[in-house]
Design a protein around this ligand. Structure first.
Ligand SMILES: Nc1ncnc2c1ncn2[C@@H]1O[C@H](COP(=O)(O)OP(=O)(O)OP(=O)(O)O)[C@@H](O)[C@H]1O
Length: 620
């Protein structure tokens, strides 16, 4: 079929019986042959559409779904289009509706994977397999998070794992069965540990107790989100139920398929075996959810076992060719990918900057580069691996601000910008730490449980102090004043306000006298405005998956202690750390800059061989 014939066929199906807008027509006209071929592909065969970064996955999937819905004749059966977040569901629903041109009939389903599993399988049939009595009026499960707090959920004590483990009490909600390894894991905050690793003896009885503990939880009508997939699989092992769902949804389209966990793949396997045709669209190079039990190896085994046909989208519409080439190399991708965005930064599309002791120096150099190429700061982002690194860079006061913490905090609070206010709270926390002699967390407003029962109260306390200080014109007037005169005018009142608020949490301020810091008494008070470097948006890599920015500074940790945050591990395309680096490096349109701790010559050559230019050596 020629390109014109493909466009004609697609337009004919989509426009039948309704007004087809010029805008929709133009959107079809711009599609590449690869995109059109997939949209017109048969739905009697399972297909994996391997779509490179920036290839417009969501638009293609939306168009495919609209095309198939237009051709669908049955009212009893439908297509399920599955995503992983509510935001992605909203986007895809919008795309489908805009091409379909009217509300999508209710026999089709567009929603998250979990809402599909809950609504159509686990909540509907799960009671039959979890010892929930047939005569109970409400047979549904109350779904709870695996990390809910015992203090406010004392009912969890009824679901304690009945097994002695040293220094551990485990409840049913924490137990998570991983389908990939067929083992129980225990969730604790951010980490998950194998249940049997907590016990030195023979684990057989421990596993039996874990099974019993979970079954009691389910039979009383509780389940975690992860449990719902297990329950759904139990349901689908019943042939009648599985055939019923496969008949109801003969076609399932899944977006971002690299995020499918082992138990989700298990559900789809059962449905495929019962006759459902599944299409996956995604990019295995962006698989960064191993903590959710989603790994490329098990995905590859799954599509091989079910004889999926693989197709490809290899045009990247997000980034310049240099950025595409660099990320293709680091991702170990062996087929060509075209980039179609025109360069703004010439040789500097892909660069790196070295810092010595302070990561903020890299941010400063990045900001200068943005200015040089006329890229607004609001369209740029600094990416880091962890929440802790994000907090550290977002609102840690610089040493310059710490000489006069209270005066600076008052000024920043009035700036009324989120980052300025966070910095103000942190400065005040820092001052209280010094006066009261506790050891607080610098990335959490110097909070310490020595002085306050919880971090939220601490933040509120700091806020209330600042609000009161800022309501006093004597405190906020700084123009033409020296530091010495401000302190002599306000010191008693500052002590009074802080002491009063500390009393509200049962603390008292020790006897202190405020003196003007050495050498600053005669200096004019400096007006503090947060520098651009401090206002730069900082995000974790995981939180920007799917996003686009004009410029990205990908900031490496100084060393390899936190492996997946260190640049050397981003070069290992076989490992998840490589994929994390790949996701981050494929976000920018025009400028990708890696921020790395001072390199050796060998390391420098390694980065330059990949196509990164050294910003430090640029003296122009
Ligand atoms: N044929 C096309 N012509 C022009 N622009 C296109 C075409 N296909 C997609 N695009 C645009 O390319 C951009 C990138 O698409 P999108 O952000 O959906 O990529 P993606 O495949 O989800 O990428 P990633 O997986 O890296 O997040 C979007 O602005 C989209 O509208």
């Amino acid at each position: 079929m020629t390109r014109d014939e493909k466009i004609e066929k697609l337009t004919e199906v989509l426009s039948a019986g309704k007004i087809f807008t010029q805008q929709a027509k133009e959107r079809i006209d711009e599609k590449t042959d690869e995109q059109l071929d997939y949209i017109l592909s048969p739905i009697d065969q399972c297909i994996y559409l391997e779509a490179c970064a920036g290839s417009g996955k969501t638009e293609v999937l939306g168009l495919k779904a609209a095309y198939e819905i237009c051709r669908w004749s049955s009212r009893q059966t439908g297509i399920a289009v599955l995503t992983f977040t509510n935001e992605a569901t909203a986007t895809i629903t919008d795309r489908v509706s805009s091409f379909y041109g009217k509300p999508v009939p209710s026999n089709h389903f567009i929603g998250t994977f979990s809402s599909f599993v809950h609504g159509h399988i686990a909540q509907r049939f799960g009671y039959k397999f979890c010892h929930i009595p047939e005569d109970r009026a409400d047979k549904s499960f109350r779904v709870v998070d695996s990390d809910i707090n015992l203090y406010s959920n004392q009912w969890l004590k009824n679901y304690k794992l009945d097994f002695y483990l040293p220094q551990q009490t485990i409840y049913a909600n924490q137990l998570n069965y991983r389908a990939s390894s067929r083992k129980w894991y225990v969730k604790q905050k951010e980490t998950a540990q194998r249940l049997t690793e907590l016990y030195a003896g023979n684990p057989r009885q421990l596993i039996e107790q874990a099974n019993a503990c979970k079954l009691k939880f389910w039979s009383d009508g509780f389940a975690t989100f992860e449990d719902m997939n297990l329950i759904a699989r139990k349901c689908l092992h019943d042939e009648t139920i599985c055939r019923y769902i496969a008949r109801k949804f003969p076609v399932i389209l899944v977006d971002e398929c690299q995020d499918l966990s082992a138990s989700e793949l298990g559900i789809l396997s059962l449905l495929i075996s019962a006759g459902t045709v599944v299409h996956y669209i995604g990019d295995l190079h962006q698989a960064i959810y191993s903590f959710k039990d989603a790994c490329p190896e098990q995905y590859k085994a799954h599509i091989e076992a079910h004889r999926f046909e693989t197709r490809r989208l290899s045009a990247n519409f997000r980034s310049t060719q240099k950025i595409v080439d660099f990320s293709r190399k680091m991702g170990g991708i062996d087929y060509p990918i075209s980039g179609s965005v025109e360069s703004k930064c010439g040789d500097y599309d892909c660069c790196y900057v070295e810092y010595d002791d302070d990561e903020k120096d890299a941010i400063m150099a990045f900001t200068d580069t943005l200015n040089r190429f006329d890229i607004p700061i609001k369209d740029a982002v600094v990416l880091v691996r962890t929440q802790t690194a994000k907090q550290k860079l977002s609102h840690i006061p610089s040493n310059d601000h710490k000489t006069h913490p209270v005066i600076n905090a008052i000024q920043l609070w009035q700036q009324n910008e989120p980052v300025a206010r966070q910095t103000a709270l942190s400065l005040l926390g820092y001052q209280l730490q010094r006066w009261m002699g506790f050891h607080g967390k610098s990335n959490n407003y110097y909070y310490s449980d020595e002085v306050c029962p919880n971090a939220v109260y601490w933040r509120l306390l700091l806020r209330n102090i600042l609000v009161e200080l800022c309501s006093d014109p004597a405190m906020t007037t700084v123009d033409e004043l020296t530091y010495g005169s401000w302190y002599s005018k306000n010191k008693e009142r500052v002590i009074g306000v802080i002491a009063h608020h500390l009393n509200t949490i049962g603390q008292s301020l020790p006897e202190i006298t405020i003196r003007t810091p050495n050498g600053t008494a005669k200096q004019q008070i400096c007006r503090i405005i947060l520098t651009e470097e401090e206002q730069m948006r900082v995000e974790t890599i995981h939180s920007v998956k799917g996003g686009t920015f004009d410029a990205v500074l990908l900031l490496s940790s100084p060393d390899g202690r936190w492996k997946t945050g260190f640049w050397e591990s981003w070069l290992d395309s076989e490992d998840e750390s490589g994929r994390i680096g790949y996701v981050a490096s494929t976000r920018p349109r025009y400028l990708l800059c890696w921020g790395v701790k001072r390199l050796t010559d060998v390391q420098r050559r390694e980065l330059e061989k990949l196509g990164l230019i050294n910003l430090n050596s640029d003296k122009s």
